[in-house]
Design a protein around this ligand. Structure first.
Ligand SMILES: Cc1cc2nc3c(=O)[nH]c(=O)nc-3n(C[C@H](O)[C@H](O)[C@H](O)COP(=O)(O)OP(=O)(O)OC[C@H]3O[C@@H](n4cnc5c(N)ncnc54)[C@H](O)[C@@H]3O)c2cc1C
Length: 498
């Protein structure tokens, strides 16, 4: 079988499926091998440098909602995928998220089904002994110790407590949140980043006779014959035959590969001179993301950053009766900013109602597709306003005053600005950010859902021998960071295929 994409989900799946010596697995990755990670990727404190230099990834601007300037989007293109460039926050989402998938017809994906897969993935150095966590998995997880916090992490944590938010030990324990706590990070004992390929595809796994990892091999399309996937074609023109193809190319590239292969909304495909093989309207639809406001602050004191920029987080509930529905986090931008320190405070809405769409702009496999993200309007905007108002109140706390920071952007009073939709739109105009959590573009769903691209075994409906297993398979976004969900999807699929 061929797995396309050696990223967060693909690396897990290649490792798990090749545990069975009877299976022959070829993992095709578009980017270079993980041995080639540059320093900006290996060292967590260089996170922003990694993103802004697009060291091992693809960076592009996407118009989001009414914001006048495009929002920066990014994805890793290297073995390990986006886990090699992300903020390493190892967060699960809420049990209701997964129970919601199961209730919507995705049998086998409820919390009780997915929790064992999450536990199997991790070695939690802080809470591994507890029933909720794992202590034998490939991904080593630990919460950032207080001595590594920057001033903005401390100010967010203490300021939230001042505002009455409960401090919690473990933000992955659903019984403890909402509250303010510390991000669990995926790091090696040396303090360097631990990407998913480093965790799962170690030397011993890569030495398996039935596993081949081939990097710098971008796939152009899936080859189909008589309703069945029979292989893939690389962008170089090389054809590789396979009995089964599993796409793990991520929420942008997996739907793109289906569309380029003639699977998707037939009218859109014809408009690009791609022969429709299967009319599946859900391919590229149902795009979801955590989008919100990012404020930039300056403080006169210079600081040396240690570890990931994302350390403390307020996991909140706007009180709409849905439980946890936002994150507020503070991130130092630079480790040694001349003339002081810049940091950002982000407010992200975790339960957006808005849905966007991914469409191709051309039949060229190298072209970046268009993302239409009509987020941040209506009720989503009102929810976000509640949290922006909270950040405005945080700016009035003693903890905030103690670090001597002033906001550079957006301009204006956050409490007053968040009081109206026009005020919120003005704040968001140049300060809209994504949490980089795109999901849902090849969603799984029940048989009677015409928009479901995948069945609950992640098989593409109407085609034999073809699955999608990555962020695009999530029917609804989870209320946490998405990387561990992608690991879980692959672990779970390995169970289902066993
Ligand atoms: C800057 C940033 C910070 C983030 N921070 C966090 C965080 O702290 N915590 C968190 O939980 N989530 C975070 N996320 C999101 C999270 O990392 C992603 O949701 C998750 O890693 C996606 O996993 P995936 O398997 O769907 O895709 P990916 O990990 O992106 O894997 C896709 C792989 O497929 C390869 N590929 C693509 N196209 C082709 C092709 N045509 N042929 C062959 N290979 C191909 C890619 O090179 C890549 O290796 C962040 C994302 C970004 C961009």
């Amino acid at each position: 079988m061929v797995i396309v994409g050696g990223g967060t989900s693909g690396a897990v799946l290649a490792a798990r499926l090749s545990e069975d010596p009877a299976r022959s697995v070829l993992l095709l990755e578009a980017g270079p091998d993980d041995a080639a990670y540059p320093e900006v990727v290996r060292v967590p404190e260089r996170e922003y440098d990694a993103i802004l230099s697009a060291a091992v990834g693809v960076q592009w601007g996407v118009p989001v909602g009414a914001a006048s300037s495009p929002t920066l989007f990014y994805r890793g293109e290297v073995l390990g995928g986006t886990s090699a460039v992300n903020f390493m926050a190892t967060v699960r989402g809420q049990p209701d998220d997964y129970d919601g998938w199961a209730a919507a017809g995705c049998d086998g994906w409820g919390w009780d089904d997915v929790l064992p897969a999450m536990r199997r993935a991790e070695t939690d150095r802080d809470f591994g002994h507890q029933a909720l966590h794992g202590d034998t998995g490939p991904i080593t997880v630990q919460r950032w110790p207080e001595e590594t916090w920057a001033a903005c992490h401390r100010a967010l944590y203490d300021g939230a407590v001042e505002l009455g938010v409960r401090p919690v030990d473990d933000i992955n324990d659903p019984m403890q949140v909402p509250g303010v706590g510390v991000f669990p990070g995926s790091v090696q004992a040396s303090g360097e980043r631990l990407s998913v390929s480093q965790a799962y595809l170690d030397a011993e796994v890569r030495a398996r006779a039935n596993l081949t990892v081939r990097c710098e091999a971008p796939v152009a399309r899936v080859l189909l014959e008589d309703g069945r996937a029979v292989g893939v074609e690389l962008r170089s023109g090389e054809v590789i035959e396979a009995g089964e193809v599993i796409l793990c190319a991520g929420a942008i590239e997996s739907p793109k590969l289906l569309l380029l292969s003639g699977i998707g909304p037939a009218g859109d495909l014809r408009a690009l001179n791609i022969d429709p093989v299967l009319d599946l309207p859900g391919v590229g639809a149902n795009l979801q993301d955590h989008v919100g406001l990012g404020c930039i602050y300056h403080r006169p004191e210079a600081e040396t950053l240690v570890g990931s920029p994302a350390k403390t987080v307020l996991v909140g509930d706007t009180g709409r009766g849905r439980g946890v529905d936002f994150h507020v986090l503070a991130c130092p931008i630079s480790s040694s900013e001349a003339g002081g320190t810049l940091f950002q405070v982000f407010v992200f809405h975790l339960l957006p109602r808005s849905r966007g769409r991914l469409t191709l702009t051309s039949a060229d496999p190298a072209a970046i597709p268009t993302l239409d993200l009509p987020l941040l309007d209506g009720d989503d905007l009102d929810d976000l306003a509640t949290v922006v108002e909270l950040v405005g109140r945080w700016e009035q706390t003693a903890a905030f005053a103690a670090i001597g920071a002033s906001r550079l952007s957006p301009a204006g009073d956050l409490v007053a600005g968040s009081a109206s939709r026009d005020g919120m739109r003005a704040l968001l105009d140049s300060s809209t950010y994504t949490y980089f959590h795109q999901v849902g573009t090849c969603a799984m769903g029940p048989d009677d859902d015409p928009d479901a691209v995948l069945d609950p075994h992640l098989r593409v409906r109407g085609v034999d021998g073809l699955r999608v297993a990555d962020a695009s398979a999530m029917p609804t976004i989870v209320r946490g960071n998405t990387y561990l969900g992608c690991v879980m999807l692959a672990e779970r699929l390995a169970d289902l295929m066993a």
